[in-house]
Write a protein that binds this ligand. Structure first.
Ligand code: AP5
Length: 190
C-alpha cells in the first residue's frame, strides 16, 4: 500500500499534482480542503461551523478534520493507497493519522513536500481568485495569513516526518509537468 502525504504551503500545487499521482499510482485523493468546501456547499452543520475559520485563513479545529479523515479511511477499505492533501496540518493531526494507519497496519510511505517561493504562492492564489470563487483567495491579507498559519502551525510537521526518515523536499517551482516528473521520480524511489 502506498500512502503519500502531499505537503506544502497554500498555492504550492498540492491539488494540481495530486491529479497526476492519482493517474500514475491509482490512489484515492483525500483533500480536507475539498471535503470542507463540499460540506459548506451542502450547508451541513459541520460546513457552516468550518466556514468562519476558512474565510479568515485559519485552521478548522483538529477534531473536525481528524473525524472526517477517519470516516474516509473506513469508507475505502479496499484502497491501493491514499494521497493526503492538506492533511495533516498540525503535529496533533499527524499523530492522529499515524495512529489511525497503525490500526490498519498501513503506515505513511512518505511525505512529499513542495517548496515554492512566497511571492509565487501569492501570485498563483490571487490569479486563481479571479475565477475560483474561493473566499480565501480574494484578498492578499487573507492569503498572507494562510501562509503565516502554515509557517507557524503546519511547517513543524516536516520535522515530525524527518524523524521517521519519510520527508522528501521537492522543488515546486516550474511548470506543472516539470514538477509532476520530479514527484513521480521521488515516489519511484520509495
Ligand atoms: P486547502 O483547500 O487545503 O487549501 P490550501 O492548502 O490553503 O491551498 P490550496 O489548496 O489553495 O493550494 P494547493 O497547494 O492545493 O495548490 P493548487 O494545486 O490548488 O485549505 C483551505 C482551508 O481549509 C484552510 O485554510 C483551512 O481553513 C481549512 N483546512 C483544510 N484542511 C485542513 C486541516 N487539515 N486542518 C485544519 N483546517 C483545514 O494550486 C493553486 C493555484 O496555482 C491553482 O490555480 C493552480 O492552477 C496553480 N498552479 C499549480 N501549480 C502551478 C505551477 N506549477 N505554475 C503555475 N501555477 C500553478
Amino acid at each position: 500500500m502506498l500512502n503519500l502525504i502531499l505537503f506544502g504551503p497554500p498555492g504550492a500545487g498540492k491539488g494540481t499534482q495530486a491529479e497526476f499521482l492519482i493517474q500514475n499510482f491509482g490512489l484515492i485523493h483525500l483533500s480536507t480542503g475539498d471535503i470542507l468546501r463540499h460540506e459548506i456547499e451542502t450547508k451541513t452543520e459541520q460546513g457552516l461551523a468550518a466556514k468562519a475559520f476558512m474565510d479568515k485563513g485559519e485552521l478548522v479545529p483538529d477534531h473536525v478534520v481528524i473525524e472526517m479523515i477517519k470516516n474516509k479511511l473506513a469508507a475505502n477499505p479496499d484502497a491501493k493507497g491514499f494521497i493526503f492533501d492538506g492533511f495533516p496540518r498540525t503535529v496533533d493531526q499527524a499523530k492522529a493519522l499515524d495512529a489511525m494507519l497503525e490500526q490498519n497496519q498501513t503506515p505513511i510511505t512518505g511525505m512529499l513536500s513542495l517548496e515554492v517561493e512566497k511571492q509565487e504562492l501569492i501570485n498563483r492564489l490571487l490569479f486563481r481568485g479571479k475565477t475560483s470563487g474561493r473566499s480565501d483567495d480574494q484578498d492578499v491579507s487573507i492569503i498572507e495569513n494562510r501562509i503565516s498559519v502554515y509557517n507557524e502551525k503546519t511547517a513543524p510537521i516536516k520535522e515530525y516526518y524527518e524523524a521517521q526518515d519519510k520527508h522528501v523536499g521537492i522543488n515546486g517551482m516550474g511548470t506543472v509537468e516539470e514538477i509532476a516528473a520530479r514527484l513521480k521520480a521521488a515516489v519511484g524511489s520509495f
